[in-house]
Design a protein around this ligand. Sequence first.
Ligand code: AHM
Ligand code: MG
Length: 339
Amino acid sequence: MRPNDLITIEQHFLEMQRQYPQATGDFTNLLYDIALAAKVIAREVNRAGLVDILGLTGQENVQGEQVQKLDVFANEAMIRMNEFTGRVCGMASEEEEDIIGADDRGKYVLIFDPLDGSSNIDYDVSIGTIFAIHKRRSHSGACVVEDFLQPGRALEAAGYILYGSSTMMVYSTGRGVYGFTLDPSVGEFLLSHPNIRSPLPQYYSVNHAYLSRWSRGVQEYVGWLQGEGKDAPKLSERYIGSMVADFHRNLLGGGVFMYPGDTERPLGKLRLLYEVAPLGFLAEQAGGYASTGLRNVLDIQPTYLHQRVPVFIGDRSLVIKAEQFIQQHDTGGSDDDPC
Ligand code: AHM
Ligand code: MG
């Protein structure tokens, strides 16, 4: 790539900001703060394997410093990089019980899952940070929980950072989805995937270990994805076990990811505010769709911070098909929604 072709994430954010002449720059800078936090977390994630090889895990490394768990480190990095900037009045993290106060003057609230897919951390398998930004609803003073409890449809921006074979930041402000790849030699995210649109589906992603606990509708739907019945697509399966990595794979390769409710966990495992709504926002911006199986996840009015919802996300026609199977087999035609 010639230098003239390079677009850094900062240039891209500034270019986007020019479309809003009244913008103060706060929002642009907030996105840039997140990109900076991402670089700090990426450095630590990349070192983690090495730390293991060198036998430095445990409470202290050779310098006598505390070695933090990666998810704790990522959580603290996101908080520290955003709390005193004056851009956010508060944050909500999947790792924290309650909201985290920041600068009362901030116009935005930041919601994040600092390290999604944490069961993969010890095995060098892709993990990621998911983030979402809302405008605060309260007018002054400290932010309140209602500032965070907004439907996904109201998001100002959402995105994720994937720590995989390379580090990528993918985001949307509601005007398409853009992907940037971190070039470690220059220490900057460079535009690598402009205006992402999901291709035709090839994959489905689900944890099959829960098959016996799924409803009839979900079982029949997964059978259909595998090739049973009329017009069945006969897809290949891929399941990484990090929602952010499974979502990313399907975003670029085409497919559907799901974490349905089951007899043990009627609302599934994934959290509306930290995982489902941000990725649902991105899916829709890339031409896809995200549903609980009964309704669009972006239309749900959250009632509490750590609310869980079942999710089917990715290729639009495959998600609509999931809704049809569930409608036909599980609800007896009723629209009652446990979410
Ligand atoms: P986490 O936020 O604690 O990492 O949990 C969420 C993760 C998702 O990334 C992933 O899709 C899911 O848990 C995997 O769960 P399971 O092991 O039940 O398939
Ligand atoms: Mg998570």
